[in-house]
Design a protein around this ligand. Sequence first.
Ligand code: UD1
Ligand code: CA
Length: 490
Amino acid sequence: MSVSAAIILAAGEGVRMHSRTPKVLHTFAGKTFLSRILSAVQGLKPGKIVVVVRHCGQQVADAARKQIPDVDIVQQDEIPGTGRAVQCAVTALGSDFIRSAQGPIVVTAADMPLLDTQTLSSLVSSHESQHNTATVLSMSLDQPFGYGRIVRANDGSFEKIVEERDADDSEKKITEVNTSVYAFDPHVLADSIAHLNANNDQKEFYLTDALAAARTSGHVGVCKAADTLTVSGVNDRIQLARLEKAYHLRICEKWMRAGVTIDDPATTWIDDDVVIGQDAEILPGCFLKGSTKIGEGAIIGPYSTITDTVIGEETRVDRAVIESSHIGARVDIGPWTHMRFASNFADDTKAGAFVETKNATVDHGTKVPHLIYVGDTHIGHDSNLGGGTITANWDGKNKLHTEIGSGVHIGAGNMIVAPVTIGDNVTTGAGAVVRHEVHDQSLVFSENTQHEVRNWIPRYERTNENWDFDKNMPRADEKSDQSSQSHKGE
Ligand code: UD1
Ligand code: CA
């Protein structure tokens, strides 16, 4: 049977995060808690997805709608508690929906970044195969502190859930806890939340009390989650860090099993949509983020951050930061290279040490080594840029394009002032300032006069003995035959 609706509880402030950002919009391995829970719930293909919001409600609602445009947003009122949140959601669904709903309603907290569709499906299967009226997803923890405990009757059946703050000493010893994920038959949900009260330490309406109430309608089941990581909640930043670390280790292990060498999993962070080819090697201190793809046999790191970028086979990336770019095969990058968005380097190219690139397309075999800036530029194949060269792409208002041909040899320290086009097979002299179009096969150089004043004495050391103040030149030169100054054009 299909799930008629899924209710996501996202109205809480997340007080224990001490943050200006609502808890559900904090990120976990590159995606927000909310985004993760929405994807997991979407996998169930429920008839409706309802997100209950209140704290920073507009912000949370906007984020939910961005991912699922037809999501139902329900505003929780001023009465606090997970039970109240569900009351608001059920009221919004309406009695007609509850009466005619064909499958269970799944309810879940939104502060469980690793909850997945598979775990939700196993809860729904267990709910249906046991013909329960309500089923709670539980887990067992060595340190259950903070969670609601699952209290079972003598025969082992579900009795109630007691929150940490309301538990007595013997209840606190229970290690089986509530994950805050449930499946309910729609009418049972509507009935069992109807009479909630706030007779507890937090003076809130607890959804957990609805489970005890549901026992009057039939069997309430407990479905134990196989994997505690998947159902761990995050209430504060310490839990966030611990869970994220455990998760990243798990991702590293997945890639190691698939044939990727990861030298130090403890310092390697790989987002979950990243794809890594066989025999790639990830050296310590790397962050592979977003939709990054690493080609087979590539060597990445140490200390590289690569975001939303494709890296080709056998490419070498050493201490680089690369964002939203496309890098071909056998490219040599680094060390200390910053490739900003749309840096598209073809196969067998190079971006050397202390090079910054942005919106730059570099064709096959071209080298951009040594302290260079290339922005808003296309460079043809088999060209080379001399060390210290800058494409001056900004006139103070607009970003301007530079076009450099193939087989071009740009000398060291060139200033290429956009908008400008340099043809194929051009050579430029060291220190050239290129402001105008250069035709194919040309040599370009700029007049750079070299001046030399011999026996130079700095102003603060000048005396009548060593300096002729009238001629404003060193006295040493008056005595010598050599010309005092030489001006050599280049
Ligand atoms: C809840 C459970 C606890 C369980 C734990 C698992 C209750 C009373 N307790 O406690 O048994 O072990 O989760 O992590 O349900 N929310 C609302 N509106 C509110 C309050 C909360 O929508 O008025 C939402 C929050 O945004 C959050 C979720 O409900 O996504 C859980 O709230 P939280 O305050 O974290 O509950 P816990 O104290 O963790
Ligand atoms: Ca929680």
